[in-house]
Design a protein around this ligand. Structure first.
Ligand code: SAM
Length: 454
């Protein structure tokens, strides 16, 4: 009932119901509450809401990062003027989230220059480390726990199983980028409701025989394979990436979470055939568009899929990324490079822009708030952008049949409004026409499920 009220925007009705549910069952109620808090535009700090926010930030069933904006807004409403305050909301925010709010960034830099009580100082040091000192804070020092994690990840990276050297020059450049800047930064993973991947694939019309072997191709810092492993512990998961440093983060986090169903392997998608076994599902999110020839990457993934196996792929939308070209122009014009100094200079430029400037929109992207995220967003060594018909052609050429275009709910509603409920939801040409009018329909990337034919 509370969920229904929240979905319909009746927040005043939903909040007290969710608050009572949270008091009775924090882990159970926190995901719905957090979802609602993420959508509220907080201008005040009602004490009950604040207490509930802290509860949600600590709940294992919630990704605290999804509450980073809400927590920052609440803190700024509570403390409109800079002041040093020992407050559980501050310490919880600083230790559980990575800041993604521009005004909070200025506040953090101010705080770093003050004499702070030990608890707040430690929490701010942890925040500065997590956001890669994007706003400063180096003088706070590396927290002892983080120093131990860095040492452990170096060790894990050095002994990472490997398929051998990266294939082409672009793969080497991309590897260098992600060894220096593993992406994405993440601090905690929410526990997941159990979902059977086999049942999901069967519902898509692509049932797999036996237990499902999964390849996460280009897994970055391991968020996706870990999320999958927690969602469905029956999966045997291989997590492949060019960057041993990124994999080491995933491997360490998997160990912390007690997950032993993932093998992490360093290597190039182009060499995926060197992996043992064949896979019922390959997931490749935001990766192929960073290859010199994405079609070759796609062919390599087709080769390691079992007959009838499923590929879930996500690729950049040209229309949704068009405004990033603006960032590329500014970067080229000022001669900023992808070093920390270059990224900081670019960020300072963006932070100083008036809100009506198109580039000021970058401040709404979570990626803007870490050095590695900003590098991935605006300083990438290689990226291709797509329109849906071209993706359809590339998939068909690699022997894939489209099972489903995974469109967000608002996009599906617009599609039905424009073409009627009887229209084919997997007709990429129709979606392409719709995207002309709504360039942000897919929030940056197209997500598609497809099946290897034959
Ligand atoms: C933008 S990150 C995406 C990470 C993750 N899939 C996600 O969605 O958060 C791209 C990742 O793909 C990896 N990558 C790029 N080209 C690759 C290749 N040819 N073979 C293997 N991994 C690759 C990079 O090292 C990087 O970790």
């Amino acid at each position: 009932m509370a969920g229904e009220a929240a979905r319909q925007g009746r927040f005043g009705q939903a909040l007290p119901m969710l608050s009572r549910a949270l008091a009775l069952d924090p882990e159970g109620a926190a995901p719905a509450y957090a979802e609602l808090l993420g959508r509220l535009s907080l201008t005040g700090w009602p004490p009950q809401l604040e207490a509930d926010l802290v509860t949600c930030l600590h709940a294992g069933s919630v990704d605290p990062q999804s509450l980073a904006r809400a927590a920052a807004r609440m803190l700024l409403a509570k403390y409109p003027e800079p002041v040093v305050a020992e407050d559980p909301l501050w310490t919880t925010f600083l230790t559980r989230c990575i800041n993604v709010h521009p005004a909070m960034e200025a506040r953090l830099a101010w705080l770093a220059g003050q004499v702070l009580p030990a608890g707040l100082r430690d929490a701010l040091a942890a925040q500065a480390f997590a956001s890669e000192y994007v706003w400063g804070g180096e003088a706070l020092g590396i927290p002892a726990a983080a120093a131990a994690e860095i040492a452990e990840e170096r060790r894990l990276a050095a002994e990472m199983p490997s398929l051998g050297d990266a294939g082409d020059g672009v793969s080497r450049a991309v590897r260098a980028q992600y060894e220096a800047s593993p992406y994405p930064r993440w601090r905690a993973a929410a526990t997941r409701e159990r979902v059977s991947v086999a049942a999901h694939l069967a519902a898509l019309g692509a049932p797999q025989a036996g237990s499902v072997a999964v390849l996460v191709a280009g897994c970055g810092t391991g968020f996706e394979p870990i999320d999958l492993a927690r969602m469905d512990p029956s999966l045997a998961i291989t997590a492949l990436d060019l960057s041993a440093g990124s994999l080491a983060h995933g491997r360490r986090m998997a160990e912390v979470l007690g997950i032993d169903t993932i093998r992490f392997v360093q290597g190039d998608i182009l060499d995926a055939a060197r992996l043992d076994g064949r896979f019922g599902l390959v997931s490749c999110t935001g990766v192929l568009h960073h290859m010199e020839r994405p079609a070759l990457g796609l062919a390599a993934l087709a080769e390691v899929l079992a007959p009838g196996g499923v590929l879930r792929v996500a690729l950049y939308s040209e229309r949704a990324r068009a405004w990033i070209a603006e960032a590329h122009r500014a970067i080229a014009e000022h001669g900023w490079d992808a070093s920390p100094a270059g990224i900081r200079a670019f960020r300072a430029h963006v932070l100083a822009l008036p809100p009506e400037q198109p580039l000021a929109r970058l401040r709404e992207s979570d990626d803007f708030y870490t050095l590695s995220g900003c590098r991935d967003l605006c300083f990438h060594v290689r990226e291709h952008w797509y329109r849906l018909p071209a993706i359809g052609a590339m998939l068909a050429a690699a022997g894939f049949e489209l099972l489903m275009l995974d469109a967000p709910p608002e996009a599906r509603a617009r599609f039905a409004e424009r073409f009627g409920t009887a229209a084919d939801r997997d007709d990429l040409a129709l979606w392409d026409r719709l995207e002309v009018d709504f360039p942000h329909l897919f929030a940056g990337m197209f997500h598609l499920w497809c099946r290897k034919q034959g």
